[in-house]
Write a protein that binds this ligand. Structure first.
Ligand code: FAD
Length: 392
């Protein structure tokens, strides 16, 4: 194979990589996505596609592929904190749909990657990006293994969209292992779950606290069931998350009742989440990170698909902007920082969320808070908007 050069190499074909490639390709930019897996592929996730993410998907022209084809949710059910069970609909908010979907990542990510391909991006599946090519302190391409062949591909810019363990981020020292910004979650699919409908169910159960659980309805009988917590809480209280999952599904007050006749239909799998923009330095000369690699998960609700899509779109705009500034695609953090753009857009919301996780998931507090919300419908609406980041 001769010398290969692209305007932009995107490493990773998850939501962040597909969104970046889609928007770049729409702008006529010569872009390749290197994705180590063959699609369709699974990704450990709760599969909750929140209203904000639905808005992003519709903006990408995917309404027809999504609407009517997946289980919709229209609100939340919070159960397990004190004696209070609170059901709350997603309030109408200008600019956002008042519903979300539960879409298995095997399906969602394939739709997104194909969308980028249709827009003109080149997609290389089973291509493992091993390390960035660096010249004079600047990333100038990627060394990869495509099938069995070692290749070197050069580019004007690299976008690392390779997830929470980002090889691009590790090789350049951009990933930061700060527990304040790392959550851990596990999920398993169950068939035969009772009484699931069109609500995302969140369970801050006393028995698992400060680990919180969820039951998300994938279909009328199958649910994505999971638990999650901040890593500092797991360390402080010496919690084994696998044991918490067992307690949640078998011994909890509220969730276990719904699961008593259900049986697992997949493996129990776990993964870390990089949250609140604090787990990554995000940029170096010639390269920017997006999605989980940029620590873009919402610290309060664990939602990362939205921010993967949005940071992908912002990355494409940043790259297109660099062409307008200098004639060719390039990235110099000193002159035009991508990190600053992310901080401006999300920094304040994420900072409050990161702080609230320290005390906000204690059942005693949540019990009082839910009791208060139950009496105040308007505050309930505001709470859901804040939780789902539905404010402009
Ligand atoms: C248990 C759990 C539950 C969650 N629940 C939700 C939820 O309900 N809703 C929500 O919005 N978010 C949820 N999240 C967060 C969400 O999964 C992530 O934020 C989201 O997947 C980030 O997208 P991404 O494109 O940045 O990364 P990823 O989806 O991880 O995609 C990265 C891609 O890069 C590829 N890749 C990795 N390394 C390389 C390499 N070296 N070379 C080439 N390719 C590579 C991978 O194969 C993958 O396809 C959850 C996370 C976990 C762990």
């Amino acid at each position: 194979m001769g010398e290969m050069h692209y305007d932009v190499i995107v490493v990773g074909g998850g939501p962040a990589g597909s969104a970046t490639a889609y928007y770049l390709a729409c702008h006529g930019i010569h872009v390749v996505v290197m994705e180590r897996r063959a699609f369709p592929r699974d990704k450990v996730c709760g599969d909750g596609v929140a209203p904000r993410a639905v808005r992003d998907l519709y903006q990408m022209g995917l309404r027809e592929k999504i609407e009517g084809n997946f289980n919709k949710f229209t609100g939340f059910r919070f159960a397990g904190a004190g004696k209070r069970v609170l059901e709350s609909q997603i309030p109408p908010t200008p600019g956002y749909p008042n519903h979300g979907y539960i879409i298995k990542r095997r399906e969602l990510d394939t739709i997104l990657l194909e969308h980028a391909r249709e827009a003109g991006a080149e997609i290389w599946e089973e291509c493992l990006a091993e390390s960035p090519l660096i010249e004079n302190g600047e990333v100038v391409g990627v060394e990869a293994k495509r099938g069995n062949e070692k290749i070197e591909v050069t580019s004007n810019m690299v976008v690392g969209a390779d997830g929470a363990h980002s090889a691009m981020g590790r090789a350049t020292g951009l990933l930061i292992n700060n527990d304040e910004h790392i959550a851990v979650a596990m999920r398993q699919y169950f068939e035969g779950v009772e009484g699931i409908g069109d609500l995302l169910e969140i369970y801050p159960e006393k028995i698992t606290s400060p680990v919180s659980g969820w039951i998300f309805p994938v279909s009328k009988t199958v649910a994505n069931v999971g638990v999650w917590a901040m890593r500092y809480h797991l360390k402080k209280y010496k919690i084994n998350l696998r044991k918490s999952f067992k307690m949640f599904t078998e011994d909890s007050t509220y969730a276990s009742v719904k699961l008593k006749n259900a049986h697992p239909v997949s493996q129990l799998e776990g993964e870390i989440l990089r949250t609140g923009l604090g787990g990554s330095k995000i940029e170096c000369p010639g390269m920017i990170l997006v999605g989980d690699a940029a620590s873009m998960v919402n610290p309060v609700n664990g939602e990362g698909i939205t921010y993967a899509l949005e940071s992908g779109k912002m990355a494409a705009e940043h790259i297109i902007g660099s062409m307008k500034m200098g004639g060719k695609i390039h990235h110099d953090p000193e002159e035009n920082s991508f990190r600053e753009k992310l901080l401006k857009e999300y920094g304040s919301y994420f900072k409050k969320g990161t702080k609230s996780m320290k005390w906000g998931n204690k059942p005693a507090f949540i019990g009082l808070f839910l009791a208060y919300l139950a009496r105040k419908p308007e505050q309930q609406e505001e709470f859901i908007r804040a939780l789902m980041h539905l404010r402009n």
